[in-house]
Ligand binder design. Structure first.
Ligand code: C5P
Length: 246
């Protein structure tokens, strides 16, 4: 860990280019409405509300860049305190993040945050940046796993049962020193999260407590949960609990 350092140009990269096949909706996942707003705008609202993001770059399917720009212009208006850009994503999530990195040469730090984690509390985003400010070069939120996890082979036979106590389900936003993430991506590997690329590069990745509300909306059940939670929040007298697990 280094001394506290300059976290002056935090660029949030928002992968939103997935087709969302597992969700079973008729449109790419980031554009699916939850409580009347597309997941994408909910995720952007959270990043802005955190107060720790200087610039946002969103990666959408190439054919939806214009639609996303129009959606955000209408939603955020001209008084938005944070510049927001949209660029075409790629075939895999890693390709999308790579496109975002290339669009933000000014970044001192990156936060990579899935549009599909639309209900992420702004306080979690601020906690990740606080850890970067404290000198950690790679920071990810994670929750203890509640299921027993097994590895299986191609035939479906169990090959191992890792000790659950040492496992974490990793969320976003994931925060990185910009040059570290740039170097990790330059290696050209694929992974399901950004920290894995940084780990492969030999860097130390710090895990901080995640938030149940930062769950990824992937399946129809997740979408039902997200819509129900927002409907409850919007009822008079109701507050949306973030129920942080430590
Ligand atoms: O597929 P998965 O659920 O892991 O996707 C996580 C996030 O990555 C989603 O917000 C999705 O839109 C985004 N993604 C992307 N480009 C892809 C695939 C996924 O930006 N090619």
């Amino acid at each position: 860990m280094k001394n506290r350092h300059d976290v002056s140009r935090v660029v949030a990269l928002v992968p939103a280019a997935g087709q969302g096949v597992r969700l079973g909706e008729s449109m790419p996942k980031a554009f699916v409405p939850v409580g009347g707003s597309p997941m994408l705008t909910l995720a952007i609202d959270g990043l802005i509300a955190s107060g720790v993001v200087d610039h946002i770059v969103i990666m959408t399917p190439a054919e939806l860049v214009g639609e996303a720009q129009g959606l955000l212009a209408g939603h955020l208006g001209s008084a938005c305190p944070v510049p927001v850009g949209v660029v075409p994503g790629g075939t895999e999530r890693t390709d999308s993040v790579r496109a975002g990195i290339a669009a933000a040469p000014q970044a001192s730090h990156f936060l990579v945050h899935d549009a599909a984690r639309a209900l992420t509390p702004p306080t979690l985003i601020a906690r990740v940046v606080a850890e970067l400010r404290a000198g950690h070069s790679a920071v990810v939120p994670g929750l203890p796993v509640t299921d027993t996890i097994k590895s299986v082979d191609a035939q479906g036979d169990v090959t191992g049962t890792p000790d659950r106590a040492g496992l974490r389900a990793i969320q976003t936003p994931q925060g990185f020193e910009a040059d570290l993430l740039r170097r990790a991506y330059a290696a050209g590997l694929q992974a399901t999260d950004d920290a894995a690329l940084v780990e492969a590069f030999g860097a130390r990745v710090r895990v901080i407590p995640g938030e149940p509300m930062a769950f990824k909306i992937t399946t129809p059940l997740d979408l039902h949960l997200a819509r129900t939670l927002l409907a409850e929040r919007d009822e008079p007298g109701q507050a949306l609990s973030t129920g942080a697990m430590r």
